[in-house]
Design a protein around this ligand. Sequence first.
Ligand code: ZN
Length: 249
Amino acid sequence: MGEGAAGRDEIGLWKTARPAWGVHIISGVSGYAVLADRLAELVLGGECACCNRPGLGLCQPCAAKLLSSRPWLDYRGGVPLGCASRYAGPWRQALLVAKERHGLGMLRVQGRLLAKALRLVAEQLGAETLAIVPVPTAKARLAKRGIDYPLDLSSRAAGHLRRWGVAARLRPGLRLCRTPADQSELPAAQRAANVRGSMTWRGPPPPEAAVVVDDLVTTGATLAEALRACRAAGVAVRGAACLARPVRG
Ligand SMILES: [Zn+2]
């Protein structure tokens, strides 16, 4: 991640703080993508949010690397949890950039990654229809980020799933009934208590098998609360999925 990249926030799309164009060696990318990147570099001074290669948004090698992740199944809260990628290396970098600064092109790639994890869950459940239920985002965080990250990811993933033959519907029925402290700033032992009782379901339960989606599952405290709130409202929650999950070793 490039330091001093404050320009992205002002214009909402890309970094402008490092106009170091013209001094980088073209390598590893080719054809029109190079031309587009060089033009972007020349005009905008942009760079890849993952590796800082000059260009517009994610560069091709980084996008290919992110998409190379193979999803796997974990189990949390009594349901299969589809994990799209490790919370490490470029996947961690991409998630942090997308959450904090809305990296151009990041959501497109991450939505596809998440869809692969959701497809794995659908296969595990033998489900041909899915209700995709994103965890809710606090208003303050929404205002800071400019996007509802889990909702946006889920929406993009649902689109991919439909193209792949899974009838996925976005069902954002979970709401916050109080705003918990930021989980990432709390020690693991305090996270469950921080989020317990913070969510509720609004509206009728969806008819499809519901799968709860969060961008990152570490201790699983937020996911556990989402599952609790769904079950309390009679939502048939049968799975979960996340974009990133830390793995040991
Ligand atoms: Zn890159």
